[in-house]
Design a protein around this ligand. Structure first.
Ligand code: TRP
Length: 333
């Protein structure tokens, strides 16, 4: 690991399988960032239990997500990839940081307001202090940059506020992190509701990394196109949102410009375009799916990888936590 590289930390919830939106919007960037940064990536199973989870399912999803991240190209030699609950310092620092976070601040978090409305029968304290656990994730590793989607920017801001408050009391303990919204992050819309983001809550419009080729092709062939009369492949998000969604996907997968794509399909209708986008996604995902299957077939190797990741992570996290414990006045053991 090169010195003086900036450090990146990011987390992903084991809430389901990786889909095209997650891949093009986040995971592909995680992989590219490894060339330039010292990257630490975490499967955040502790955050996941702020809403009810089936235990066997959560275990399976955590392992599958870990395998999928490796298959996508997160490289455990260059980076650190681990499972949050394997590194005890996350839960430990969260307690301390709770005592440096204000009730009022947490009450203003938009995600808390949304989630407590959605899970009105289970507005637990973990849901409320979710941003504190997340702040601990970031601060334990002294991360400079935190790649996140727009929806998580507020959480990175409260992390900075908590760190600033702690540093004000005890000196420079924590690096202040910045949210990092990647330049080339594609926002992928649902294939059958092109005004909503692709998500597992709209299953027919959502393409998963682990979908078989014929499943992917079926979803693309059924993708909504527009009922305009010209029926040509032209980028016009306002008037032709279905076609724009497909062009965005095709552009993100192939690296081609809108102009090049329009030229490629000049004189051909949607009937030719939709399967072409499907094919491109099939070929993008094929090697990743096969690699994931290989990894999941060798549980002992996976276990070895996540144990090694946890060990690397906890060496760094342990240094920060010891410093924090000392600063707040805990008696050394
Ligand atoms: N809250 C993030 C999400 O839902 C996941 C997350 C947990 C995270 N800890 C993090 C992201 C630390 C970045 C850094 O997407």
């Amino acid at each position: 690991m090169e010195e003086n590289r900036k450090r990146i930390f990011s987390g992903i919830q084991p809430s389901g399988k990786i889909h095209l939106g997650n891949y093009l919007g986040a995971v592909r960037n995680w992989v590219q960032l490894q060339d330039e940064y010292d990257c630490i990536y975490c499967v955040v199973d502790e955050h996941a239990i702020t809403v009810r989870q089936d235990p066997a399912e959560l275990r399976r999803k955590t392992l599958e997500l870990f395998a999928q991240l490796l298959a996508c190209g997160v490289d455990p030699e260059r980076s650190t990839l681990f499972v949050q609950s394997h590194v005890t310092q996350h839960a430990e620092i969260a307690w301390v940081l709770n005592c440096f976070t204000m009730f009022g601040e947490l009450s203003r978090m938009t995600q808390f307001k949304d989630k407590s409305a959605k899970h009105a029968d289970n507005v637990n304290a973990g849901l409320f202090t979710y941003p504190v656990l997340m702040a601990g994730d970031i601060l334990l590793y002294q991360a400079d940059l935190v790649p996140v989607g727009e929806d998580q920017k507020q959480h990175v801001e409260i992390c900075r506020d908590i760190a600033t408050r702690f540093n004000y009391n005890y000196g420079d303990v924590f690096t202040l992190p910045d949210a990092y919204i990647p330049k080339v992050g594609a926002r992928v819309m649902s294939l059958n509701q092109p005004d909503s983001k692709m998500s597992k809550s709209i299953p027919e419009g959502c393409v998963y990394l682990m979908d078989k080729p014929d499943e992917i092709m079926r979803k693309f062939k059924r993708a909504i196109t527009d009922s305009d009369t010209e029926r040509c492949v032209r980028y016009d998000r306002a008037n032709k949102p279905g076609v724009a969604t497909l062009i965005d996907i095709y552009a993100a997968v192939t690296g081609k410009s809108y102009e090049a794509i329009e030229a490629e399909f000049e004189g051909k209708g949607y009937g030719a375009f939709k399967p072409a986008v499907g094919e491109a996604v099939v070929e993008l995902f094929r090697p990743i799916r096969e690699r994931t299957e290989e990894l999941l077939a060798d549980k002992a190797q996976l276990q070895q990888l996540y144990r090694a990741g946890a060990e690397k992570a906890s060496a760094i996290a342990g240094r920060t936590l010891r410093k924090v414990y000392k600063k707040v006045g805990f008696l050394e053991r």
